[in-house]
Ligand binder design. Structure first.
Ligand code: ADP
Ligand code: MG
Length: 370
């Protein structure tokens, strides 16, 4: 029972769309969330491991529930980064490939021309995917969200960590007539409680994961002890052994990611870099190039740590430990997606050994010395 999308109540047009993406058998979060949201549709706070198909878990019910004969925005999806918002809108668009009535999905994120976005949004739009800052700018320019029935927050906790509390409060207020709010993330921090208490039903459904199970089990965790000045050599040696395997290298700072990309380009590797100081054009170019396999390795700051789905990444390297524990889950979660296995390697300095122990204990992991 419930072993295919049709028994979850998913319409055959979506099943064809999913099938074209190689999505045939629902993941556990999809099995739980999809029937719940299709039938009852009430508030939901859903936690599931990275790479387990949360986008379809909220996307399919949302697409099912909007009325394509109305020209108004009925679904609003918020995401913390521009690249993630774009990825979500593209995924939803692909799910609708075989639908008879076209659902119009728009994306509005910072760094792109706001006038163009306003112009697009003046045409019938059913689902809007946006980042909080740009959505607020569009609201100031007259965007109306009165008809929003479903508000989805993907990577909800991250939007709070980025300091978007006031913006989210405002967005909740401006969509006060909505029927439901759905929150999805692999991690939920305490500060989210206030927001959910204020703006969501106390009867909200909750799907939870045990804290020691939150890191996707398809990832093998390694650490290497390197003095700071040895890290570049370690990474170069590792990449040299990769043949055609692709991977992502996380650096803590923008300057660090630029330095790393220069060193690796100099060493002859095919690399792209993404960080917050780049123009949006260059960010898009880096992501597109990497997705299309024009570059083998992507060097990134934590701007690429949340939600980004690039198929077939065999490894991620963390040049330093992340500042916050939940980032370990998200950075490593860029590999080991959609049931595939992946490797996460963290470079630490000798005195940071204790941090590895801490990660092992709090996340229920076993690290191996690389
Ligand atoms: P999450 O948001 O949980 O991190 P995504 O929604 O980004 O995960 O999905 C991760 C990848 O898995 C995507 O490439 C997606 O197409 C794929 N995927 C989603 N659901 C399934 C499924 N049921 N079977 C196989 N692959 C899936
Ligand atoms: Mg996601």
């Amino acid at each position: 029972m419930l072993d295919d999308f049709s028994s979850l109540g998913v319409h055959s047009d979506f099943i064809s769309g999913l099938d074209a993406l190689g999505i045939q058998k629902p993941t556990p979060i999809q099995k739980e969330a999809i029937p719940m949201l299709l039938q009852d549709g009430g508030d939901l706070i859903a936690q599931a491991q990275t790479g387990t198909g949360k986008t379809a878990a909220f996307g399919i019910p949302l697409l099912t529930k909007v009325d394509p004969t109305s020209p108004l925005i009925q679904g609003l999806i918020m995401a913390p980064t521009r690249e993630l918002a774009k990825q979500i809108s593209k995924a939803l668009f692909r799910f609708t490939k075989y639908c008879q009535d076209k659902t119009f999905i728009e994306v509005a994120t910072g760094g792109d021309k706001i006038d163009l976005q306003t112009q697009r949004l003046s045409r019938p739009t059913h689902i809007l995917v946006a980042t909080p800052g740009r959505l607020m700018d569009l609201i100031k320019k007259g965007l109306v969200l009165d008809a929003v029935k479903f508000l989805v927050l993907d990577e909800a906790d991250e939007m709070l960590s980025m300091g978007f509390q006031a913006e989210l409060d405002q967005i909740f207020k401006l969509t006060a007539k909505r029927e439901a709010t759905w929150l999805f993330s692999a991690t939920f921090q305490k500060k989210l409680h206030l927001l959910t208490q204020h703006h969501m039903s106390s009867q909200a459904h909750r799907l939870k994961v045990d804290p020691t199970q939150i890191v996707n089990r398809n990832i093998d965790h390694y650490y290497a002890i390197c003095a700071r000045e040895e890290k570049d050599t370690f990474i170069i040696n590792y990449l040299n052994k990769q043949a055609s395997s692709r991977g992502l290298i996380f650096c803590r700072t923008r300057a660090g990611s630029i330095r790393m990309s220069e060193i690796l380009a100099e060493a002859g590797f095919s690399v792209a870099v993404i960080h917050g100081d780049l123009s949006q054009r260059d960010r898009d170019k880096a992501m597109r190039g990497f997705r299309k396999e024009r570059s083998q390795f992507l060097i990134a700051t934590d701007v690429a740590a949340r939600g980004i789905d690039i198929s077939g990444l065999s490894f991620i390297i963390q040049h330093q430990l992340p500042d916050a524990m939940q980032y370990y889950t998200h950075r490593s979660g860029r590999t080991g997606r959609a049931g595939k296995r992946g490797v996460s390697i963290t470079l630490i300095e000798p005195e940071e050994r204790r941090q590895i122990k801490k990660l092992e204990e709090s996340l229920g992991l076993n690290f191996t010395l690389a």
